[in-house]
Design a protein around this ligand. Structure first.
Ligand code: TYD
Length: 135
């Protein structure tokens, strides 16, 4: 089943500023095999435009802001990530697009598996077929 959830991370702040720690299988609810980050994306660019067959990901906008379109094949939701204190967990066969990147946006993504092109569904019609199997 595709699913998404917004997670609020505990801030360990003091007079010097703030700190957030991410730990696998604690506040990150999976084994972390890969971390990547997207930055320098132009404001008029749409990224993503794919789903995964079997991947759990946690996206954190550590600087700036960007928006997500999440589509499970039945419903679409638009979300904005604009805080390093919040993570967007995406599981299952979910079509995602990212857009409206601020100039300073750094979008960090933790994933429970290595990069594999075989895990991508890049065609929307193929995604709809997979999503209906999955639900
Ligand atoms: P792509 O999936 O197109 O990025 P987005 O979904 O954000 O639009 O990835 C861009 C390029 O980077 C593409 O050639 C695949 C490569 N890539 C990796 O090698 N490893 C990774 O972990 C990711 C996410 C992408």
């Amino acid at each position: 089943m595709s699913n998404y959830e917004l997670l609020d991370f505990k801030i360990m702040g003091d007079a010097r500023g703030s700190l957030i720690a991410l730990e696998e299988n604690h506040n990150v609810p999976f084994d972390v095999k890969r971390v990547y980050y997207i930055f320098g994306t132009k404001a008029d660019v749409r990224r993503g435009k794919h789903a995964h067959k079997n991947l759990r990901q946690l996206a954190i906008c550590v600087a700036g802001s960007c928006k997500f379109l999440l589509d499970n094949g039945k419903e679409k939701v638009h979300l904005e990530l604009n805080s390093p204190t919040q993570g967007l967990l995406i599981e299952g066969v979910m079509w995602r697009e990212m857009y409206d990147f601020s100039d300073d946006c750094v979008l960090m993504v933790l994933a429970d598996n290595y990069y594999s092109e075989d895990d991508y569904i890049r065609n929307y019609e193929d995604f709809l077929k997979e999503a209906h199997h999955d639900s």
